[in-house]
Each structure stands twice: as C-alpha cells, then as structure tokens.
Design a protein around this ligand. Structure first.
Ligand SMILES: [Zn+2]
Length: 399
C-alpha cells in the first residue's frame, strides 16, 4: 500500500536516506551522498551537519586525491549508537554488543536446555546486562535497543506464531517479556532475518542490493534482503528454504508434513545425525558434536565428505528454484556449521549446480558467499536490528 509523508516526516526520512548510504558503504563525501540519494547538495550538507552535531556521523578528513580540492569523507560514527543482540535457540544463547560502525564491543555465550520463556527471559536480561556494563554511562544513553533472533515465526509485534523447536513458546509475547526485563526497546525477529540484516549492513553482502541468506542454525533457515531492506513476508519469515522439497521419495518432514525437505539433507542436525549414526561423534550437546565434526573434517573423515556430497546435491536443487525465481545479487551462507565444512559445502554446491546447468546469463559461476560471522551470525545480526531500525530509509520505520 502506498504511504505518504508529512513535512516533518520528510526531513526524518531524508536524514535516514543519508544514514542508509553510510550504513552500506565504508565512507562517502557529500557530493557522493547527493549523487546516490538524488538529494540536492545543499540539502545533504545541512543533513550531514546535523548528523555530525548529533554524533551519528563523523568526518574522516580530506581524501588524498591527485588534484583539485579533495572532498571530506564522512562515515557512521563509531560510538554514535549501540545495539545489543541476543540469539536464542533450544540449546544455546549468544549475545553481542555492536556499535554504529559495526564493531563488536563484547560477546557472551551460554548453554540452554529446552528453556521456558521465563528462563529465556532471565537469560536475555543477564546477557544484556553483562554487555551494557562494558559501556561507560555516557555511551549507555546511546543504546538504541535490543534485538533478539529466534528460530521460529514471530509476528510484527513479537508474538510467537510457530516455534517447532520450542513449541511451549507459541503464543507468548516475547517483546513485552524481554523489553520489561531489560528496560530496552526490543525487536524480536526470525533468526535468519536478523542475521541477514547484519550481513547487509556490515558484512559480506554490504554491496549487494538483493541477496538470499541461508542460515545453518540447528535447522536450515533463510531470508531475503531486497534493495537493502529485509523482506518480511506475510508471516514474518521469508524463504523457508529448509522446506523446499528436493527428494520426492525422501522421508516425511516432522516440521511441515512434506516429503524430502531440504533441511533433512543439508542442515547441522542432518550432519550430526549422520555422524552419530556411524558413531563418529559423541552423544551430548550439539556444541560438542560440532567441535568433533570440525576435527573429523580436518582429519579427512570420509563420512563428513560423503555428507557434504549429498548435502551439496540437495542444496543445489534448492538453489535452482531460488536463482530462477529471484535472480539475487548473491547467496550468503553462514551460521553454526563449522566454517571449513561450510566453505567446502558451498564450493561443492556450486560445482554440483554448474555440472547440471548454467546460470541465466550462461556464466560459469554462481554468486555464493560465506558470511563473516560464523556461530555469532544471529547475535551480531540481532544487535544490528535496532541500529537498522533507527537508521534505515524505510517509510514503515518512521516514527
Ligand atoms: Zn519440511
């Protein structure tokens, strides 16, 4: 639906347009910002002056150029704002404190065991409190909020609609619970959406306008960033990649009822199950199993290699659908899968894809990237969600 703006909203929107450019580039001059935003140079200069005065943007000094008057570059100010992020799953919580320039100022990890919402709330409050202690009081006033990434479907207000791994959470209002426990403005989103916001703002996909994000959490999550903004979809979860059918004679998926879903082949759980069945990893926590998997892979364990082959075949089938539907600038893969295994899986997926078909332009290369955050992908992304909410040029986010 089209939405108009009033005069005061127009100035706020244009302020965000400038911040949005700087969020997605390391630095830019006033002239470059004007060119990219199609605002007049005088409007950009006025907006940049205000942003510098308010501490959101910092001048970097004059660029070294060969001739003429070199332009002054501007960037998001390191300590202009801060975001706290928490990733929650059935077995694990991770938390990150990030500043406006994308620097990680603190990280925490803790184990969970099928937590109730009350236990999760206490955990979120403890982690957020511990990270905030790392900021001097003057900086604490510039914390824009708390982002929490969860492995399920959350409506726009933060109520859990569906959470297969933590079904007792369904129907709970997590925004209210986490916000009250921490005193922070809180956004709760699907974990793959949170992780993609982090990659879009500060990561491997910063230059990509539209990309598809594939998250190896316990299962296989995904999300879509379109023209710099996360696409929420009707249910707040886009591209349930893990439930694309890739094998019509495969087993029934307990989560969705379909047959031969991709997550049954290409996910952290699928890998751990395969190795456990062969006695190649210990019982116990998934974190221990992941560490064992990384060791096995480094030692050239053929069971891991055979799994990568099968998973790559399944993943390539899923990517065919997405490539043909969306034609994104890139696919980004990240999450809790050990990095070496993930890199090998991504390489083999590309080989598998290209062995059977060409890309739309006939190029012999897919645009597959491995993200920069690994097991901190969701916590980092969640911390960038309140920063995104405060700076993104999206009419829906205007106050
Ligand atoms: Zn399924």
């Amino acid at each position: 639906m089209a939405r108009g703006t009033n005069l005061e909203q127009t100035r706020e929107f244009n302020r965000r347009v400038v911040l949005d450019v700087l969020r997605r580039t390391p630095y830019a001059s006033r002239t470059e910002i004007a060119q990219r935003t199609r605002l007049s140079l005088s409007a950009v200069s006025s907006l940049v002056d205000t942003l510098v005065r308010d501490g959101w943007v910092a001048p970097l000094g004059r660029r070294a150029t060969a001739r003429g008057q070199p332009p002054i570059d501007f960037a998001l100010a390191d300590r202009g704002a801060f975001g706290v992020g928490v990733a929650l799953d059935r077995d694990h919580a991770a938390a990150t404190l990030v500043d406006l320039s994308g620097r990680v100022l603190g990280e925490r990890h803790t184990t969970l065991d099928d937590p109730s919402t009350a236990e999760a709330t206490a955990c979120v409050a403890d982690l957020a409190h511990a990270l905030l202690q790392e900021l001097p009081p003057t900086d604490r006033r510039r914390v824009t909020g708390l982002g929490v990434g969860v492995p399920g479907i959350v409506d726009g207000l933060g109520r859990v609609l569906r959470m297969v791994r933590l079904p007792a959470w369904e129907g709970h209002d997590l925004v209210e619970a986490f916000g009250r426990a921490t005193g922070l403005a809180t956004v709760v989103t699907n974990d793959a959406i949170a992780a993609a916001v982090g990659e879009s703002s500060y990561g491997a996909a910063r230059a990509a306008d539209t990309f598809f994000y594939v998250l190896f959490a316990l299962g296989l999550g995904s999300s879509l960033v379109m023209q710099g903004h996360p696409y929420r979809g009707l249910w707040g979860v886009t591209g349930r990649l893990g439930h694309i059918p890739v094998d019509s004679s495969g087993p029934i998926c307990a989560a969705c009822g379909g047959r031969g879903c991709l997550s049954l082949y290409a996910s952290v759980e699928a890998l751990a199950d395969r190795l456990r069945a062969r006695g190649a990893v210990p019982d116990g926590s998934l974190a221990r199993q992941l560490a064992a998997i990384a060791t096995r892979f480094a030692a050239g364990e053929p069971v891991v290699d055979a799994w990568i082959d099968d998973a790559a075949r399944a993943l390539a089938r899923g990517l065919v659908v997405l490539e043909n539907l969306l034609d994104p600038d890139a696919f980004v893969f990240d999450g809790r899968m050990p990095r070496e295994v993930l890199s090998a899986l991504v390489r083999r997926t590309e080989e598998r894809y290209l062995a059977e078909r060409r890309t739309p332009t006939g190029e012999r290369r897919l645009r597959l990237l491995v993200g920069e955050r690994g097991r901190n992908a969701v916590a980092f992304g969640a911390a960038t969600v309140p920063l995104y909410t405060a700076t993104a040029a999206d009419l829906a986010l205007l106050p």
